[in-house]
Design a protein around this ligand. Structure first.
Ligand SMILES: C[S@@+](CC[C@H](N)C(=O)[O-])C[C@H]1O[C@@H](n2cnc3c(N)ncnc32)[C@H](O)[C@@H]1O
Length: 332
């Protein structure tokens, strides 16, 4: 998924630095990805560590993480995907509120894809309710639907707005393709909690932190993924059909430093890594100052091509490349 702040392309930079800093074999270590998003970092550690703990406060992300990190045994998913892809569309909540031809007139999906999304989402829940599928397959199918629907969404990149006309990629028929996860011998843990709360209740060796770095709230930018994931009923608000959403302290200039410091203080992990970039609301020098209070500090940097939605000329920063920091703390 094309996700704001995704570390997909930085996974190897992060992994090689973790391996350099943490002594001994990673195989014996517990690795926690506390702001896991699409799970790209945790996924890259899944077969190299004893346990991955993955967490995100957004529910769509929890669904992806339950599949990519929580699932570890192979699943016979093909017949179920075939059934989903053969369903006739339904004029349900996504169609009426977020699709071409729906009563709300919001063009997030083509008419056909909105109806197919409803039909698939309703069917997945029915299979779960009738105990035809277990939790592992339930999250696999939901993750597959979320990823595939996102590919045909009629947006510039995020769900803050839809395009006025259905673009070419959004007019392609929704095909639910498998959200393949890595098989693993070990069991992993997935949470859907506020990072600052969860961190008090877990412990491990390596804590990887990738909080939002600017004011853009994920719950607003990905509201439609939460709606597909939860499939609850609510009254969509305004032109974009927004739902109520969680507002993270990490997106608020006035709150972020205190939250970050509390998190470090409460962390029961020896090695802590923070990804942040040079355009974030906490300046690098301020991060260093906070981290140094808790142990031995170090810094690695790399240049990085920005996320495509960040290229907007109206934004303050229009450079194509940014610097990604990996702040490192050995907590003493
Ligand atoms: C930069 S993204 C992480 C991207 C991820 N590393 C990836 O590669 O996909 C930040 C994530 O932090 C989550 N988040 C924001 N505030 C949070 C909080 N207080 N607790 C837990 N997760 C939070 C957002 O939902 C978002 O998925």
């Amino acid at each position: 998924m094309n996700y704001i702040g995704s570390k997909h392309k930085l996974s190897e930079f992060i992994k090689s630095n973790v391996a350099k800093v943490v002594p001994g074999d990673l195989k014996d270590r517990i690795f926690c990805d506390l702001f896991a998003g699409t799970g790209s970092v945790g996924r890259n550690f899944k077969s190299s560590v004893k346990t991955v703990i993955a967490n995100d406060v957004e529910f769509y992300s929890f669904v992806l993480l339950q599949n990519y990190i929580g699932n570890s045994k192979s699943l016979d998913f093909e017949p179920w995907l075939e059934k989903l892809n053969a369903l006739t569309g339904i004029k349900g909540f996504v169609f009426e509120n977020y699709s071409e031809g729906g009563k709300a007139g919001r063009l997030y999906f083509s008419e056909e894809n909105g109806m197919k999304t409803d039909a698939a989402r309703i069917q997945i829940e029915k299979w779960k309710d009738s105990a035809e599928i277990k939790e592992d397959l339930y999250y696999f199918l939901l993750a597959s639907l979320i990823e595939s629907a996102d590919k045909v969404a009629n947006t510039a990149s995020v769900y803050g707005a839809y395009l006025k006309k259905i673009k070419t990629s959004a007019s392609k028929k929704l095909n639910i393709s498998p959200a393949i996860f890595e098989i693993s011998e070990e069991e992993h843990q997935v949470y859907n909690r506020d990072a600052n709360e969860l961190v008090k209740e877990i412990e491990g060796d390596i804590l990887y932190l990738d909080p939002p770095y600017n004011a853009r709230q994920y719950g607003a930018n990905y509201h439609l993924l939460n709606t597909i994931a939860k499939y609850d009923t609510f009254v969509p608000r305004g032109k974009t059909g927004l739902r109520d959403y969680y507002r993270s302290d990490y997106c608020r200039t006035g709150e972020v430093k205190a939250s970050f410091e509390r998190l470090l203080k409460n962390a029961n992990f020896r090695y802590i890594f923070l990804s942040y970039n040079n355009e974030g609301i906490m300046p690098a020098a301020g991060i260093r100052q906070i981290m140094e209070r808790y142990g031995k500090y170090d810094l690695e940097t790399t240049n990085y091509q920005r996320f495509k939605a960040d290229n907007d000329k109206n934004r303050n920063h229009s450079a194509a490349a940014t610097t990604e920091y990996l702040h490192i703390l050995e907590k003493i």
